[in-house]
Design a protein around this ligand. Sequence first.
Ligand SMILES: *Cc1c(COP(=O)(O)O)cnc(C)c1O
Length: 364
Amino acid sequence: MKLEALVNPAILTQPVYEPGKPIETVARELGLDPATIIKLASNENAFGPSPRAVAAARAALGEAQLYPDGGSFALRQKLAARHGLAPEQIVPGNGSNELLELLGHVFLRPGDEAVMGLPAFVVYKLVALLFGAKAVEVPLVNHRHDLTALAAAVTSRTKLVFLPSPNNPTGTANSEAEILAFVRALPPHVVFVFDEAYAEFVEQPPDLRPLIREGRHVVCLRTFSKIFGLASLRVGYGYTSPEIAALLNRVRQPFNVNAIGQVAACAALDDSEFTVRCGRDNRAGLAQLETGFRRLGLEWVPSVANFILVRVGDGAGVFAVLQKRGVIVRPLKPYGMPDWLRVTVGTASQNERLLRELAAAVKG
Ligand SMILES: *Cc1c(COP(=O)(O)O)cnc(C)c1O
């Protein structure tokens, strides 16, 4: 029997997520010295992890024979205190990507619909399709989510509405007032998913806790992969009502967050000096990149996150030239923006190198 005949047909048509290539892979493929390559492709923290998180992770390795605390007790306590919520409202995940999948498990059945922006974080669409739901994609306007159009896309079949703020890949955000009004107008059969992966880069991110208190179906997602610099350890979390948290807990694996990640995340939360500095250096880096793009006569989209879109014309071509010169960025053709590149904010010297190579690449 052919293998295909055995497979759930949704899997055969499931698109595959294409992550940015790791430095070692690019080095191997292009015959470059990995030490000379910089990766500004996946919105990782250019300033590394918090040294306190690294120390905590090192110490925890000595007990790697033990299963982690499946309930992530200490981490949930800390996060609850930080957000002024009860620990029962926090659901840690293997990155916030896992929470997106758990939301699919809990809420999506074949024939349901999930509403999302275009372009937005691709994992929303992948999750919808994985569960046999329809991904209803609503074009952004001026690179920002159009909440009126998003509301108009909601039907009786809509189960999930996704809104990332700031959005990936555009780096734009919607205002708190706008989002609160949008969610309050959603029908009660819809669960609103607010993806705050880059919230810590924003000085005053929208506060959706009043909506949770009002009993609305809202799930906020955060991650330790971005400003906290722990992408490799795979820790994220959701905060929501105790009822939705209990449902998400039902479908997750018992040991979904590893012990090294749990202690590192706790230590990272205590190192506000580090995150404040990263936020400040990131704003300086955005300004540096904007100045450079202006000098090169390139259009960009003003960003409040740790990455920025720049219009280079032949996105795939410029991407390839940059990569050969040891600078990895993200081409946006898969997001339907073939003229654009997404560049993660690097350290000052990485930004300088990117701008230098970019100048050569767009001339050539
Ligand atoms: C990076 C990112 C995430 C976080 O992914 P993790 O699984 O936590 O590493 C979630 N949402 C968006 C929009 C992102 O860009």
